[in-house]
Design a protein around this ligand. Structure first.
Ligand code: NDP
Length: 264
């Protein structure tokens, strides 16, 4: 069972673990007694999260500050984890750069930068960790969004990066299966989760229910540990995904009329 497996040997790298869902994943892995490396940009915050991980039962909790918008830091973070943990069983790619919740006003540079942080760094890190994951029969977990499967206003740069992730890692999933690779790949489709950054964006703009980050974090970990191809959390994200192709007019009407646009 996956709890036992996690407890005994899991060597884990979680990105974007200074706050939000990533931070909650670090705490869950810690409770399972895993050896964890966490990464994000803010070193001081990472230090505090790592300390809490140790108090919750992690065998090891190390951190490395890395800016995923640079060319070199994504690989540096993976190298650090491989060296300190002697390999990886789980690579959980979760970080995102900040992006405004607003109509797109032509900032092409922001789209390029966000692509680098939210997409290219995932590709780099996955590739860098692949040999080690192959050896350990490990798992690659990509945190995506319903906005990687259906479009919505006010998030054009963000939704682009999530569609890119679903495209790239969807292709990679087939290739790993065709090569009979030892590595499992899970793509997690999340709806609105109550992290500070998400709540700050949608406050006063939508009444959509937000689901707890700690629960989302646990579901992501279980999805990786049980080597499932996909997670839909909360459950209705799967229904929304099905409906959008069969009844686009219903979906479009609902999307375009579910926002209070005075703040955007
Ligand atoms: P948060 O905004 O709470 O956390 C983002 C994390 O990424 C932080 O740890 C931040 O730390 C780090 N980060 C930001 N910029 C960089 C950078 N340039 N380089 C390295 N790290 C960076 O995100 P959430 O917890 O809300 O989201 C986590 C995942 O879940 C994301 O993939 C998101 O797309 C997905 N998701 C979330 C939803 C939600 O409603 N919350 C809905 C659907 C999907 P620091 O600032 O220290 O670098």
């Amino acid at each position: 069972n996956f709890f036992l497996k996690l407890k005994l040997w899991a060597r884990v790298l979680v990105t974007g673990a200074s706050t939000g869902i990533g931070e909650q994943m670090a705490y869950h892995y810690a409770r399972f007694g895993a050896q964890i490396v966490i990464t994000a940009r803010r070193e001081k915050v990472l230090e505090q999260v790592a300390e809490k991980c140790m108090s919750l039962g992690a065998q090891k909790a190390l951190y490395i500050s890395a800016d995923m918008g640079t060319d070199s830091d994504p690989a540096k973070a993976v190298d650090f984890a491989l060296e300190k943990l002697g390999g990886l069983d789980y690579l959980v790619l979760n970080h995102i750069g900040p992006s405004p919740f607003t109509m797109w006003k032509g900032d092409v540079e922001h789209v390029k930068w966000l692509m680098k942080v939210n997409f290219f760094s995932y590709v780099q890190m996955a590739w860098k960790a692949m040999d080690s994951l192959e050896q350990s029969k490990g798992s690659l977990v990509v945190v995506s969004s319903l906005l990687g499967k259906m479009t919505s206003p006010f998030v054009a740069p963000y939704t682009s990066t999530k569609f890119a992730l679903n495209g790239f890692f969807g292709a990679l999933y087939h290739e790993l299966a065709m090569k009979k690779s030892n590595v499992s790949l899970s793509i997690c489709t999340l709806g609105l989760i109550d992290t500070d950054s998400a709540m700050e964006k949608v406050r006063g703009v939508t009444d959509l229910p937000a689901y707890p980050a700690t629960d989302a974090a646990l579901k992501i970990i279980i999805t990786g540990a049980t080597r499932q191809q996909e997670l839909f959390y909360p459950w209705f994200t799967q229904i929304a995904n099905l409906i959008k192709d069969w009844f686009p007019f219903v979906t479009n009407y609902a999307i375009q009329n579910s926002y209070n646009t005075s703040r955007t």
